[in-house]
Design a protein around this ligand. Structure first.
Ligand code: NAD
Length: 477
């Protein structure tokens, strides 16, 4: 969708259902010309319409968007299941219903969020001055998203960017273009959001995303994807000194202290690792256990992995769906096989399941904490177990990572909290507590990213601050 029009193209690329390997549909394959047209439309809408300044109208449009998403939720649900391989159960949470709640949250926040802040008077060089700060839209936003949670990633960027008064060019992921296009179509057909305020591109060519990162007409880049791509984006954006917001990869740790409820913690660790077949940036893929309790916990995890039901994501009883494509499945399998060749013990899993791109829940022990499998993001249902000697050792191992996205700690509350406070990550769950919600800032330390999505912090990523002053006790008019 460019400048309010649903654009078709002779050039298309296929979207494949990962549970069957069959082509689901074809998406327009945008090139650089379409990227430039979308950026120009967003620039025009920002520079020449009242969108950036009309807060009331933006609240109205976000309300409409929320309503339209609820109305169309069942169609979006079936498409999310078919294209993303998300299980039906997950679409009732972070794959669809929860992201719709993000739009509601920002519509409500915008009503009450103070767009100016009074600094009061000060005396300087014998005169009094009245100062205040006004917050205004940061400009044209280039939003680039990963394939794994396309509704969450798109709406956690769109809702606060639109609330702030920005205009947006959103580029979907090459593996999940149809669901992102469906969001664009819904906005075009069911809301008063003016032409050019939101433009949606689908493309098989990474150069289209790259064009957003170098354009002089784009003020902000908001990106969710791998750390490798995040590094390229940060470098590309440097030329035009763009604001860059990055949600990147993770290699988060779950720490079981020796006074934890092992049965409950093992169930949590095993099932969360298989959620969306391990394709989640914040999933805990390193399991840190007390050395003396290692065998017992490994046995419990293996028992829980055996209970994970994989299969048709549309079946409400399926817990684990497929990986997104064969390339991703080969990557996961390659990392597991290399780990075993390097001396790790394969307790369970380590194999592909056909048809579709399924991979068995995989548990590895005797893993070198500095090896590839313990340091690099797998993005599959693969859990590595690393023993520790005491709490300090657990914290040291958890922090032995270039990433800092998330984690969890199980144990007696006081002790678990004190360990959690020493782990350098943007989010942490203690004894199964859920931190993920529209009002809770989400993001990473270290090479897991820059900035925070959702919550008040998520809105402020898209605002500029302008400090103004008048002489005397004059009040802003
Ligand atoms: P990816 O980095 O391969 O691609 C992400 C997006 O970037 C795609 O739309 C792609 O077309 C685009 N892109 C590729 N090269 C580009 C370039 N040079 N310039 C601009 N855009 C470019 O990631 P993926 O494989 O789609 O997703 C998996 C990754 O995303 C994992 O690392 C995962 O941890 C991460 N992720 C992070 C979060 C988070 O919130 N931190 C959430 C979901 C996924």
């Amino acid at each position: 969708m460019i400048d309010g029009r649903l654009v078709t193209s002779k050039r298309t690329f296929p979207s494949v259902n990962p549970a069957t390997g069959e082509v689901l549909g074809y998406a327009p394959d945008a090139g650089l010309a379409e990227a430039e047209a979308a950026i120009a439309a967003a620039r025009r809408a920002f520079d020449t319409t009242s969108w950036p300044t009309d807060v009331e109208f933006r609240v109205h449009c976000l309300e409409q968007l929320h309503h339209a998403l609820l109305e169309q939720a069942e169609e979006l649900r079936e498409l999310t299941i078919a294209e993303v391989g998300a299980t039906r159960a997950l679409t009732h949470g972070p794959q669809l219903d929860e992201p719709i709640g993000i739009v509601r949250y920002y519509a409500d926040l915008l009503r009450t969020y103070p767009m100016s802040e009074d600094l009061g008077e000060m005396e300087s060089r014998g005169m009094r001055h009245h100062r205040w700060v006004e917050k205004e839209a940061a400009g044209v936003v280039g939003a680039i998203i990963a394939y794994n949670y396309p509704n969450q990633l798109a709406l956690a960027k769109l809702a606060p960017a639109l609330a702030a008064g920005c205009t947006v060019v959103l580029k979907g992921a090459p593996d999940t273009p149809l669901i992102t296009l469906a969001l664009g179509e819904l906005i075009a057909n069911h809301t008063d959001i003016p032409a050019g305020v939101l433009n949606v591109l689908s493309s098989s060519d990474p150069a289209v995303g790259a064009a957003l990162t170098t354009s002089r007409d784009v003020d902000v880049i908001t990106f969710t994807g791998s750390t490798a791509t995040g590094r390229k984006i940060m470098a590309a954006a440097a030329e035009t000194v763009k604001r860059v917001f990055l949600e990147l990869g993770g290699k988060s740790a779950v720490i079981m202290l020796d006074d934890a409820d092992f049965s409950m913690a093992s169930m949590f660790a095993a099932f969360s690792m298989c959620s969306h077949a391990g394709q989640g940036c914040a999933l805990t893929s390193r399991l840190l256990v007390p050395r003396k309790r290692h065998e017992e916990i490994v046995e419990l995890i293996a028992q829980n992995f055996a209970k994970v039901r994989h299969g048709d994501p549309a079946d409400p009883n399926t817990y684990m769906g497929p990986l997104i494509n064969e390339r991703q499945r080969d990557k996961v399998d390659g990392m597991v096989q290399r780990a075993v060749a390097a001396g790790a013990t394969l307790v369970t899993g380590g194999k592909k399941i056909d048809p579709g791109f399924f991979y068995a829940p995989t548990l590895l022990t005797n893993v070198d904490p500095d090896s590839e499998i313990a340091q690099e993001e797998v993005f599959g249902p693969v859990l590595v177990v690393i023993p520790f000697t005491d709490d300090d050792d657990a914290v040291r191992i958890a922090n032995n990572s270039i990433y800092g996205l998330s984690g969890s700690v199980f144990g007696s509350q006081h002790r678990a909290l004190s360990v959690a406070r020493r782990v350098r990550t943007g989010t942490l769950s203690i004894n199964g507590g859920n931190y993920f919600a529209p009002d809770a800032p989400f993001g990473g330390f270290k090479q897991s990213g820059v900035g925070r999505e959702m919550g008040v912090a998520g809105l402020e990523e898209f605002l500029e601050r302008k400090t103004l002053a008048l002489p005397g006790a004059a009040v802003a008019g």
